[in-house]
Design a protein around this ligand. Structure first.
Ligand SMILES: Nc1ncnc2c1ncn2[C@@H]1O[C@H](COP(=O)(O)OP(=O)(O)OP(=O)(O)O)[C@@H](O)[C@H]1O
Length: 245
């Protein structure tokens, strides 16, 4: 086995994945640098979600290798991969999956409470993240009293509140109105950068990938040509990186 480069928080080589014999990834290799926001773009069905699931240990590539912080993920047991996901990764889906019985802040605090964070600290942290995502007024409401956009902002707060090493965001602004999309995505990327959280963002949308440091394209389960983001600077003035082939 070839060891991954030290500065890649995630590194994957030769990823293949098929659903019942139908290929979704056919030999994708990718490195994700620590602290970067990497956009994975490509048309519907290109394999973006499957790639994020392989990188996050939800799916096991067959064959293929995934390394996190220079340690192999693809050889871990299911339980060890679940623990890794719980402790080091966050996931934002294209639709918010909140626990209906819990209030907004309880949903946002859930990963912290599961980790054993003190109740008071978990609540305080969750409330701060809800404020940052402009849903502070939803803290005491149950999901069924909220709009889809409010629920999605809570799901984003939940993913960030636990300050994971990597957040995987699979078309996270899909349920939002166009006017909300850029603002929520900017909040997500700015917050992630200020907390040194790496983001792998699957998106169909050019506006979203413009907020990333780097962009890679999938076409039919393979890497297409990468598009360097010409002048992607965020509020902190971070410069764009070029694509690694
Ligand atoms: N659970 C599944 N069972 C069978 N086929 C699947 C499943 N999930 C994805 N696929 C197929 O695998 C291929 C890649 O899908 P994937 O969802 O990874 O692509 P995507 O780029 O994320 O697409 P989208 O933008 O539509 O979400 C597609 O052909 C899709 O139909």
């Amino acid at each position: 086995m070839v060891a991954p480069p030290d500065n890649d928080v995630l590194w994957a080589r030769g990823l293949h994945y098929s659903y019942s014999g139908s290929p979704a990834l056919t030999g994708v290799s990718i490195g994700v640098r620590e602290g970067e926001v990497l956009a994975v773009t490509g048309p519907r069905g290109a394999g973006k979600t499957t790639l994020l699931k392989c990188l996050s240990g939800q799916l096991l590539p067959d064959p293929g290798e995934v390394w996190f912080n220079s340690a192999p993920v693809h050889t871990l047991s299911r339980a060890a991969r679940e623990r890794l996901r719980r402790e080091r990764f966050g996931w934002i889906d294209s639709t918010p999956h909140l626990v209906p019985e819990l209030s907004g802040w309880e949903n946002a605090a859930l990963p912290l409470l599961v980790r054993g964070t003190a109740h008071r600290t978990a609540k305080q942290t969750a409330l701060e993240w809800l404020e940052r995502l402009d849903v502070g007024d939803c803290a005491r409401k149950k999901p069924n009293a909220l709009t889809q956009a409010q629920r999605q902002r809570i799901a984003i707060a939940r993913a960030l509140a636990a300050e994971p090493t990597v957040v995987f965001a699979d078309e996270p602004t899909a349920p939002l109105h166009t006017a909300d999309r850029a603002q929520v995505l900017r909040t997500l990327t700015t917050a992630a950068r200020s907390h040194h959280i790496t983001v792998v963002l699957a998106t169909l949308d050019d506006e979203s990938s413009a907020l990333a440091d780097r962009s890679v394209t999938l076409v039919d389960g393979r890497r297409g040509g990468g598009i360097p983001v010409p002048d992607a600077t965020d509020g902190e003035g971070r410069a764009a990186c070029s694509v690694s082939a």
